[in-house]
Design a protein around this ligand. Structure first.
Ligand code: PSU
Ligand code: MN
Length: 335
């Protein structure tokens, strides 16, 4: 960011940052665009409680009436989670327009990381990271795609013309989350990226941008509802202290962020065949409704939540709570 937005930190958070006490940033898009109203408020409160129980101060971030808020009051948290909130989904490029026009919106990983860093907060816990999308026309082939190194030699990586056969890299839908991780020194604790994305390409973009990827007690990059994506992580850590040691060392030589990938807790992982069926249906839904860009994730998540009768919601909640707890432990180690 060349120009920092004017920030509105809650007093508790400004004090904690000034005193060097542990603070954990939390995003609002997962609440407003990722969970149904009602459940989202329960989860929002549970996340803040979890951070406090682990000894850190929670800072939920959103833009309300043109003000980037770092830490929300109970009433502001209710407003973000309300059924009729009508909040925009604000990625980093949307902050200027939202602030300049006095609008309200929820922040993604990209905008939350940037605002947190500007406010002096270096640790952030969330659910899933955005990544490299497959082009819509190709997503029907998703299940058949080879994974791991063989994926590089898959036919869709060879150039062919025509909308139905565009290679993955021609979708140009690469989440700003990846670029922001490259640019701000924030640790993002998440459960990897959803299996709807091109995971191999996402990991390549992170490497290009010099973002270390650490597996928390795993050798495998997680795929949100599933513990394993079949793609290896370059580094593994066994506890929060080791993660913090890596972050501290990284920060001495680099200004990029760190991705700490924490798989969904075993007992909450979705059944793989149910997951695969819902993904297949969800992709069909995206195609038939011609959903693109920033609407893809919310539409897909909603399909999972309704079609699984809430199973995916439980997995979603469990993984975010686990990530936020780990983020707080890392923040405590770093402070
Ligand atoms: N992945 C999820 N749940 C989410 C998101 C991603 O499993 O709620 C949200 C996050 O806020 C993330 C954003 O930063 O979607 C990425 O959106 P896009 O791909 O449009 O950049
Ligand atoms: Mn996108």
């Amino acid at each position: 960011m060349t120009e920092q937005p004017r920030l509105f930190p809650a007093e508790e958070i400004a004090d904690a940052v000034r005193d060097g006490r542990p603070v954990v940033a939390l995003e609002s898009t997962l609440l407003s665009h990722g969970l149904p109203a009602g459940r989202n408020l329960e989860v929002a409160r549970r996340l803040e409680r979890t951070v406090r129980e682990a000894g850190a101060v929670p800072a939920t971030i959103a833009v309300l009436d043109g003000r980037p808020l770092i830490g929300l009051s109970p009433a502001e948290l209710e407003r973000v989670c309300a059924e009729d909130a009508g909040l925009d989904k604000l990625s980093l490029r949307d902050l200027g327009p939202a602030v300049g026009l006095g609008r309200s919106g929820a922040t993604t990983v990209a905008s939350t990381s940037a605002l947190a860093a500007a406010a002096g907060i270096g640790v952030f816990g969330t659910g899933g990271l955005g990544g490299v999308h497959l082009p819509q026309a190709r997503t029907g082939d998703h299940r058949a795609r080879p994974r791991g190194p063989e994926a590089l030699h898959a036919p869709e990586h060879a150039f062919r013309s025509g909308a139905d056969s565009a290679p993955a890299q021609l979708s140009w839908d690469v989440s700003a989350d990846l670029g922001v991780l490259a640019a701000v020194p924030t640790v993002v604790v998440c459960s990897g990226v959803k299996s709807v994305l091109d995971i191999a390409a996402t990991l390549e973009v992170l490497e290009t941008n010099s973002v270390p990827v650490l597996g928390y007690r795993t050798d495998d990059f997680p795929a949100f509802y599933l513990r394993s994506s079949g793609h290896p992580v370059p580094w593994r850590v066994e506890d929060a202290a080791s993660a913090a040691a890596v972050v501290a060392a990284h920060r001495r030589t680099s200004s990029s962020g760190v991705l700490l990938a924490n798989p969904v807790p075993e007992e909450s992982e979705m059944d793989r065949s149910l997951h695969d069926r819902l993904l297949e249906e969800g992709l069909e839904l995206l195609r038939s409704k011609d959903v693109h860009g920033s609407d893809v994730t919310p539409v897909l998540l909603e399909h999972f939540h309704t079609a699984s009768g809430g199973v995916s919601l439980d997995a979603n909640e469990a993984l975010v709570v686990s990530n936020v707890r780990l983020a707080a432990e890392v923040a405590v180690e770093l402070s």
